[in-house]
Design a protein around this ligand. Sequence first.
Ligand code: ARG
Length: 461
Amino acid sequence: NEGSLWGARFAGGPSPELQRLSKSTHFDWQLAPYDLAGSRAHARALAAAGYLEPGELDRMLTGLDALEARVLSGDLVAADSDEDVHGALEAALIAEVGPELGGKLRAGRSRNDQIATLVRLYLKDHAATIGRQLVHLIDALAAQADQHRTAIMPGRTHLQHAQPVLLAHHLLAHGWSLSRDLERLADWLKRADVSPYGGGALAGSTLGLDAAAVARDLGLAAPAENSIDATASRDVVAEFAFVTAMIGIDLSRIAEEVILWNTREFGFVTLDDAYSTGSSIMPQKKNPDIAELARGKSGRLIGNLTGLLATLKALPLAYNRDLQEDKEPVFDSVETLEVLLPAFTGMIETVTFHTDRMAELAPAGFSLATDVAEWLVKRRVPFRDAHEITGALVRYAEEHSLELHEVDDAALAAISPQLTPQVREVLTIEGSVASRDGVGGTAPAGVEAQFAALADRVRHL
Ligand code: ARG
């Protein structure tokens, strides 16, 4: 079985059916640059321990560099007979430097500690990319908020008009939740930044290789403390899949609002042409496909996470081939987000807000009723009574098709002697927003302070 990593103890080669099932090069070839980086680090450890002469190490490293150049140029790809990226690259190394030297590299390592290391290297790189993309999105939300510092919109609970809020406050709310995703990526790295190399198949190596040097070489913080855990655990992969799913969910919540705001009924936003799509039959259509794809792809990200968790459940220690099923879902989550995030950010950067329309609707639905109740409380009316009085006022206004500020003095007094005409001072959306000046509230000064606080949080992640 030429070019295979195993076979001597077998009477014959694997069946074609097994080969087809077992093959992983169509997805793990992505790990080739990391596999070669691992091989370079491992070769240095072998040389340091006396298993490669200095001249041999030089030839080995030159050979590995040559393979890397060929992988990057696309000249070297996995052959049909290769089972996985590790076997394919060993066969290519042997072709490059000869069987005598090429056959020495595998000493003291297993595909089990290799693959566990490579997936971490891959995820670490992509965590950095996704982190940068998230920062761009947070910046885009903050820039839109900055351009609409005084605009007021209807704040909602249960999707019903609740209380007026600043548009900037609402946009920054999404920025804050995304900043926690960024924090999750940074926190994930503390657990991911470990090198399983040296764990071997499961029990460690007899060759006295310096695992700490290999970890350093690969840019990982430390070697793993337990070789069984190192080769058999994939919680780090599952956690990454969770973070990507959470990002997807956070995007989907923005997306759902953009979709609603973009309807004729809301009329809160217009999407830029470059970030909208048309219909093949209805010439007038301009659709929010980026937002819809974000909403849809969040389901896919959740699916990748739950599939991976199902794979890991009840898996005995140590390595089992089931673990090969970790890669396709998490690779898919990475690829999905890395394509989605820039499009989503472009949509946010270019969306136009119709602040007049938002302001017009902000007081509708008696959204200033809480302001009336709290105005009464400030006049020492117990809140329970204030709630009752305000409820009666809302009912009166609704029955007479009036807004709260349109109820006349006599009607106010008839509802309650406490409702003096001064109450109209709080019956403007500007007054309402300005009065919510407690910590985290929507008053302009508080929202103003959030810009620096959010930027500061993001910068420290
Ligand atoms: N392709 C495997 C994986 O992704 C690594 C190889 C380990 N294979 C083995 N038979 N021990 O997990």
